[in-house]
Design a protein around this ligand. Structure first.
Ligand code: NDP
Ligand code: KAL
Length: 257
């Protein structure tokens, strides 16, 4: 237990179940004393979240519906949050989506619709939520999103999502410049492979896990709790000099040829 985020109102987007990276982040933020607000898309995710919070004796400030494909939904969600809690101090963006059938084979076969869908949910959403959250980040704050090495390198099967993450990482830099004026920082965590609902069933995931164990300097996987603590760092005052950055939490895998 620390008080790094005591009295800070932090919005967490993207808890689907106990394996979600956003759930690892939730535990870290709760242990640092944050007041937590959650957004969800599917009713099923909301139910899982409520159960998890209950089991861990975490009292949420609010749980709000937010579909990041829909501007009106985003606007309404943040308005509700702002009206109820006043200032927002932090935002965790942990959402992404692409059609499973486009996460394999040749990237060149990506359809226009599939490309736009991945960009829409996985990259543009950060722009839209930053714009809405910013209105309530009147006391300064920090925004953290989740990315993957496939943004920087060609990782087989990651395909259209890699291109969406490249846009996401560039957005981190452009957004950091915009909101820096208001004392708001924007950063990304680039996590190594972690078995989550999203990762389940996508081609090549298991191979990626075993290569990390073999090649990463630390010779092991990372987990949701390690991403949670790194995200906590970026949200906290310990990272007050850090913005526009992509922090790799991948057991060092990205430095190895
Ligand atoms: P999860 O499946 O647990 O989480 C994905 C979340 O995205 C779900 O909560 C889902 O909500 C949400 N989501 C999808 N579409 C929308 C939408 N239109 N509006 C709102 N929410 C939406 O997977 P992860 O925890 O693995 O993924 C979280 C982030 O971490 C993603 O950005 C992913 O790319 C990134 N990441 C994951 C890695 C891994 O190995 N797992 C590695 C590096 C980065 P719902 O279920 O309610 O639809
Ligand atoms: C090279 C890797 C292997 C896997 C390749 C692609 C992974 C893409 C991630 C993307 C988020 C997955 C999906 O969008 C899955 C979706 O089509 C089907 N799943 C769902 O609809 C579930 C029910 C919901 C909860 O999922 C979502 N997203 O809403 C990449 C590996 C090594 C690392 C990973 C998994 C990175 C990453 O970005 O997640």
């Amino acid at each position: 237990m620390t008080s790094l985020l005591k009295d800070k109102n932090i919005v967490v987007m993207g808890v689907a179940n106990n394996r979600s990276i956003a759930w690892g982040i939730t535990k870290s933020l709760h242990n640092a004393g944050a007041n937590l607000i959650f957004t969800y898309r599917q009713e099923r995710s909301k139910q899982k979240l409520e159960k998890l919070l209950d089991n861990h004796a975490i009292e949420p400030q609010m749980i709000v519906s937010c579909d990041v494909e829909d501007d009106a939904s985003i606007e309404q969600a943040f308005q509700e949050v702002g009206n109820q809690v006043g200032a927002i101090h932090g935002l965790v963006h942990s959402v992404a989506f692409a059609n499973t059938d486009e996460l394999q084979g040749d990237y060149a076969n990506t359809s226009r619709d599939g490309y736009l869908l991945a960009q829409n949910i996985s990259a543009y959403s950060l722009v839209a939520v930053t714009r809405e959250a910013r209105k309530y980040m009147t006391e300064g704050g920090a925004i953290v999103t989740q990315t993957y090495l496939g943004a920087e390198r060609v990782v087989p099967n990651y395909n259209v999502m890699g291109v969406a993450k490249a846009a996401l990482e560039a957005s981190v830099r452009y957004l950091a410049e915009d909101v820096g004026k208001d004392g708001v920082r924007v950063n990304a965590v680039s996590a190594g492979p972690i078995r989550t609902l999203s990762a389940k069933g996508v081609a090549g995931f298991n191979d990626k896990m075993s290569v990390v164990e073999e090649k990463a300097p630390l010779r092991r996987q990372v987990d949701q709790d390690q991403v949670g603590d790194a995200t906590l760092f970026l949200l906290s005052d310990l990272a007050r000099g850090v913005t526009g950055e992509v922090l790799h939490v991948d057991a060092g895998f990205h430095i190895v040829a």
